[in-house]
Design a protein around this ligand. Structure first.
Ligand code: SF4
Ligand code: MG
Length: 316
């Protein structure tokens, strides 16, 4: 992913025009086969829009996404077939992403039928896929409302795996689930990755969710990556004040560590991406902001193990 930008046009509402929104503002990263990138930030930071551009559910405004060496950023719809097989998406709300009138067999087999597979073979493959995600053959002929949220997400995952993809973009796949079920679904993603050699872009609003699954993590704020690096670096020694604030919100199981934990409270909500602040976009909420931060935008710099966009990065 290089210099990726997505701008949504402004709208007219009750005679007033809203300005265009630069939802994703020039981000880039690499993801190797079989690896996982965690993409984290508050709602509206552009993480879902980025995920949708990677699988070409959205066309980028600028910049490129290359998949296995091919630039897919502006391919016409009729040439997206191979990408549709190789890159799939798992959505946040399993219930609303499944068609209530379709049996599980139909839902899971649909991508195969669309590719011309026979009904019999598609059903056999659907049964295999249910087994792979921890469901049973008798679930094939049931409807989505007969399942719990966790089971419904397993169906969504089975459907995403039908075409044997190499990349899955998972857009907050556990946010809509009970906390008790979240760990099970994360475990499932982990197991599938090691069994099938999948690469993931794992989108979450909470750093704790992706900690177990990611090799690298990128923290986004107002359409840009503010810190990106290897998991151990970003979690063990966060450098951007925003990353530190997000991490300080994550409780630690050990009571002594919990007492010693640094707590940084984020002031207010993120500003609108339609009117980003000048200079460092985080400055209105940053407890370390200096004059330079209000005028000069920091660029992402540093070695590949960890890059940060801050004039005064912290590091232990
Ligand atoms: Fe805070 Fe300044 Fe760093 Fe922005 S550049 S995160 S305002 S210290
Ligand atoms: Mg989102």
């Amino acid at each position: 992913v290089r210099d990726l930008v997505k701008t949504f046009p402004g709208r007219r509402r009750r005679g007033r025009a809203t300005p265009p929104v630069r939802a994703v503002d020039g981000i880039g990263f690499d993801l190797a086969a079989g690896r996982t990138l965690g993409l984290v930030g508050e709602s509206g930071c552009g993480k879902s829009t980025t995920g949708r551009m990677i699988v070409r559910l959205l066309e980028p405004t600028e910049g490129t996404v290359a998949f296995a060496g091919q630039d897919i950023s502006h391919l016409p719809a009729r040439r997206l077939g191979p990408l549709r097989r190789d890159a799939q998406m798992v959505f946040q709300d399993p219930n609303s992403s499944l068609n209530p009138r379709r049996t599980v067999a139909r839902t899971v087999a649909d991508p195969l039928l669309a590719q011309g597979e026979t009904a019999g073979r598609a059903r056999a493959r659907a049964a295999e896929l249910l087994d792979l995600v921890g469901l049973l053959p008798e679930h094939l002929d049931r409807y989505p409302h007969e399942f719990s949220g966790g089971q419904a997400q397993r169906i969504g995952i089975a459907r995403a795996l039908a075409t044997r993809p190499r990349l899955i973009v998972a857009d907050e796949p556990v946010s809509a689930l009970d906390v008790s079920v979240q760990a099970q679904i994360i475990n499932l993603f982990e197991r599938l990755r090691s069994e099938l050699g999948l690469a993931y872009v794992f989108v979450a609003h909470d750093l704790s969710v992706v900690k177990r699954v990611c090799d690298r993590v990128a923290v986004m704020y107002l359409g840009r990556i503010v810190e990106i690096g290897d998991r151990a670096r970003v979690y063990g020694d966060p450098a951007h004040p925003y990353t530190r604030a997000l991490l300080s919100a994550v409780p630690v199981p050990d009571p002594a560590a919990e007492r010693a934990r640094e707590r940084i409270v984020l002031r207010g909500d993120p500003p609108s991406p339609a009117a980003p602040p000048p200079g460092c976009p985080f400055h209105p909420r940053c407890h370390k902001a200096q004059d330079v931060c209000r005028v000069e935008r920091p660029e992402l710099t540093g070695p590949p193990s960890r890059q940060v966009a801050c004039h005064f990065p912290e590091s232990d």
